[in-house]
Design a protein around this ligand. Structure first.
Ligand SMILES: Nc1ncnc2c1ncn2[C@@H]1O[C@H](COP(=O)(O)OP(=O)(O)OP(=O)(O)O)[C@@H](O)[C@H]1O
Ligand SMILES: Cc1ncsc1CCO
Ligand SMILES: [Mg+2]
Length: 263
């Protein structure tokens, strides 16, 4: 499959799509910086009084349940429905699904009431949603998934499923892809999963093919992370260098893409 990574990154940079985030408090600032570094325009807003207005005008909506409570949950649903009404693609990150009943039930409620375009979580979260218990500790995954689980989730929930981890598994129910870029040091930055969501959402804003947009987001973020790691002495410098590498991405960097497609 031919993917125009560089052309699509240029489209993000020239269009500067608005990415409306309902992003957890832990990662809010980093997600905004990552979104800017790829060339899109972030807004972090979760007040129930404004989310419908913003989601309706956004180029993509990113719902991340990381620091949920009653008010946030109301806003997730309002924003998601407003996005649906206006054909704005929706990415859902089910942070900590399986860790508590509230998280699992909230994700299922959103999937039921909102048409989610891309469902992206780590192995434990996504295996929980596929009915496999005990694979999550707080927000951390206790195991790696596989392409079959991604395909099952895609079919069951009518989404493009993205499962992150040492290898990332992507499926739209028909086509599948495995991305093997990245570095283990990403596990030591809180919110690396949340941040890759911002990059995927930026590609979703300019590419209607959700499987390809997901792969483009994963590959872009993870190649930047590989380059950043070479310049870093630990997680703190990795995070700073990662934002720089996203900003400084070159077309030749995409030669590092490690991707396998399954039809
Ligand atoms: N062992 C690894 N090797 C290479 N890349 C990895 C590894 N583990 C995670 N990654 C990459 O790190 C990013 C985050 O994935 P991960 O599954 O750790 O997310 P997460 O658990 O949701 O993170 P967070 O909750 O901190 O946001 C993805 O781009 C993933 O591919
Ligand atoms: C650590 C943490 N806790 C809630 S959200 C979050 C960010 C990583 O998922
Ligand atoms: Mg996560």
């Amino acid at each position: 499959m031919m993917i125009n990574y560089w052309e699509d990154l240029q489209r993000i940079r020239s269009k500067r799509p608005l990415i409306h985030h309902l992003m957890n408090y832990v990662v809010m600032n980093d997600a905004a910086n990552v979104t800017l570094a790829v060339g899109a325009s972030p807004i972090m807003a979760h007040a129930r009084e404004e989310v419908e207005e913003l989601a309706a005008k956004a180029d993509a909506l990113y719902i991340n349940i990381g620091t949920l409570d009653d008010r946030w949950i109301e806003s997730f649903l309002l924003a998601g429905k407003a996005a649906n009404k206006n054909n704005v693609p929706v990415l859902l990150d089910p942070v900590g699904a399986g860790a508590t009943r509230l998280r699992t039930e909230t994700v299922l409620r959103i999937l039921n009431e909102v048409e989610v375009s891309v469902l992206k979580g780590n192995g434990g979260e996504m295996m929980t949603l596929a009915g496999v218990v005990g694979m999550i500790k707080g927000v951390d995954s206790l195991g790696e998934a596989n392409l079959e689980i991604a395909e099952r989730l895609a079919r069951e929930y009518g989404v493009t499923a993205v499962i992150t981890g040492p290898r990332d598994y992507v499926s739209d129910g028909k086509r599948g892809a495995i991305v093997s870029n990245g570095t283990p040091m990403l596990q030591y930055i809180t919110g690396s999963g949340c941040m890759v969501g911002s990059v995927i959402a930026s590609f979703m804003a300019i590419n209607k093919d959700l499987l390809i947009a997901s792969v483009e987001g994963l590959v872009t973020f993870e190649i930047a992370a590989e380059k950043a790691e070479k310049k870093s002495s630990g997680p703190a410098s990795l995070k700073v260098n990662l934002i720089d590498e996203l900003y400084n991405m070159k077309s030749s960097d995409y030669e590092l893409a490690k991707i396998e497609f399954k039809e």
